[in-house]
Write a protein that binds this ligand. Structure first.
Ligand SMILES: Nc1ncnc2c1ncn2[C@@H]1O[C@H](COP(=O)(O)OP(=O)(O)OP(=O)(O)O)[C@@H](O)[C@H]1O
Ligand SMILES: [Mg+2]
Length: 508
């Protein structure tokens, strides 16, 4: 079927002809050359900083390439602005969506060409046009709703609807699923399949192997800004081949699990209740132990972390840290006691875009080093930033680079480095490897093992079952705001964890 579609719309394939892009001190792309065909979903993969987002920004007219051209069908093009790109039938769905939260869905859809009569926006026509635009994509969205009130998944659908209403025939997605729920992901996959079947060129950037194997017809791999290879027969491609191609080496066992001795109880939680928890929660974690918290979206994992880190006040229960009562009135109390939370949305909650990488790493730990006077502090800061950049393998031209210029995954790694620069007894990690490439994942697992080996108790929340089973000594399963059960490493299997995590229907 795909072959037929190709001959059908053979005019509109998309070629990258030697695209290069240089930023001061960084060669982000170098001679990128490959073709994406209509009626196919073409994945772009590669490690953090490989240049995937930069290529999409060039395709979307946000950056001018330093060399090379684009070709759509027979036309050779260089986009000088986003408007050029749109006029050529291209839509790029960036990870940071380009919509206005304060405006309604309908206004966002037709921004710049709102239907008006005598200078007054015609609300009736606007609503009709918006409904037509959303039909079949997101029928449940009310065009008059403020965009800011929609879920991230719904906002993405608005952006897709907007692209389609402009007649886009090349649609590129940059890590579209990184903040979506499982259900939203399924819906997005169905929409992408539809776009493919309508003969559009779809580019798909993701670090998630299972998605790439599920939806894509071809994969192009980049490394350090260069084209490595295109695989166009997904049925002949194995997971390991793709990983090896991306990382440039074999990753034997990315989890690299080593058993450790566990010490005394580090954190003891008894009868804890609070927002998001339906039943009292009790458990303990020992020094040197890596404890997993598994559950589906809405199970209460993040809520439990908010209670343990003082972001939310508990309504009942008590906490003990190394045998002493722990009172948490605010996050400050938790940090002072050595209970640290590295939040899920590190990017949104943690980045200071205009500051340097070093500043972003040092900002939280610096208080502890103030007492030494500023000269000493400056020395400490330099050393700490350099150490974290090296440990987390943050790809940056220097510690002084503004963090906003780093690739998405490298920003994540730098912020993780911020948390790891602080003294701690218990580390709460919420989705530590989201948005991070597979090579960097392996490195983060090593860092987690290393911290545990130093006697720190680590609790990891993850929705990646393989990750939980791969790195944890013991796993607690949450479901609908209650603890459902636990499994030690040896007992944990995919099916028994999922069974515990799935909500039970009404008893019959
Ligand atoms: N505006 C910019 N100024 C300076 N350097 C930049 C800029 N944009 C990107 N870079 C650099 O270009 C390189 C490629 O970045 P890009 O964002 O394209 O990577 P990526 O493949 O999307 O990575 P990730 O998987 O982490 O999102 C990185 O080294 C990044 O630091
Ligand atoms: Mg990127």
């Amino acid at each position: 079927m795909h072959a037929q579609l190709q001959t059908h719309t053979a005019g509109s394939r998309l070629c990258f002809n030697g695209i290069g892009k240089t930023f001061p001190g960084v060669k982000a792309l170098d001679g990128i050359r490959f073709t994406a065909y209509p009626g196919q979903v073409h994945a772009l993969m590669g490690e953090n900083g490989a240049g995937k987002s930069t290529l999409l920004k060039i395709l979307g007219g946000a950056y001018l390439p330093s060399s090379g051209t684009l070709q759509i069908g027979e036309q050779t093009l260089t986009f000088k602005s986003a408007a050029d790109s749109i006029a050529s039938g291209v839509a790029v769905i960036h990870q940071e969506l380009h919509l206005v939260p304060e405006m309604s869905v309908a206004e966002n859809l037709f921004l710049g060409h709102l239907p008006s009569r005598f200078g007054v926006v015609n609300r009736g026509v606007l609503r009709q046009q918006a409904l037509a635009c959303l039909k079949g994509l997101a029928d449940e969205i009310d065009p008059e709703e403020k965009l800011g009130r929609l879920s991230l998944g719904q906002r993405q659908l608005v952006e897709i609807a907007k692209a389609l209403s402009r007649g886009a025939h090349v649609i590129a997605f940059d890590e579209p699923t990184s903040s979506l729920s499982a259900r939203e992901i399924d819906r997005l996959m169905a929409i992408i399949a539809r776009l493919r079947d309508e003969g559009k060129v779809v580019l798909y950037v993701s670090h998630r192997m299972e998605e790439v194997f599920r939806i894509c017809d071809a994969v192009t791999v980049f490394k350090d800004g260069r084209y490595v290879r295109t695989f166009d027969d997904m049925s002949a491609l194995t997971h390991d081949q793709l990983v090896t191609c991306m990382v440039g080496r074999d990753i034997q066992d990315i989890y690299d699990y080593r058993p450790r001795e566990h010490g005394e109880v580090a954190l003891k939680v008894q009868g804890l209740l609070g927002p998001g928890l339906r039943e009292p929660v009790s458990f303990e974690v020992r020094k040197g132990e890596i404890l997993g918290l598994f559950g589906l979206v809405g199970a209460g994992r993040t809520e439990l972390f908010r209670l343990l880190s003082g972001l939310e006040r508990a309504t009942a229960g008590d906490l003990q840290l190394c045998g002493n009562t722990l009172q948490l009135r605010s996050p400050r109390d938790a940090i002072a006691a050595g209970v640290l939370l590295c939040p899920e949305d590190r990017k949104k909650e943690g980045i200071i875009p205009l500051s340097s990488v070093a500043e972003n790493i040092n900002i939280s730990a610096r208080g502890d080093h103030c007492a030494f006077g500023w000269l000493l502090r400056e020395g400490w800061e330099k050393g700490n930033a350099a150490q974290q950049i090296q440990a987390m393998k943050v790809k940056t031209p220097s510690a002084a680079q503004k963090i906003m210029y780093l690739s998405g995954g490298n920003q994540q790694k730098a912020i993780l480095g911020r948390w790891l620069s602080m003294p701690m007894k218990v580390l709460l990690l919420d989705e530590p490897t989201r948005g991070i490439d597979i090579g960097a994942k392996a490195e983060i697992y090593q860092i987690i093992h290393h911290l545990a080996a130093q006697g720190i108790a680590v609790i990891v929340v993850s929705s990646d079952l393989m990750e939980v089973m791969g790195i944890c000594d013991r796993i607690l399963v949450l479901c609908e705001g209650a603890l459902r059960g636990e499994a030690c490493r040896a007992e944990a299997t995919e099916s028994n964890l999922l069974q515990l995590a799935l909500p039970r229907g009404p008893a019959n």
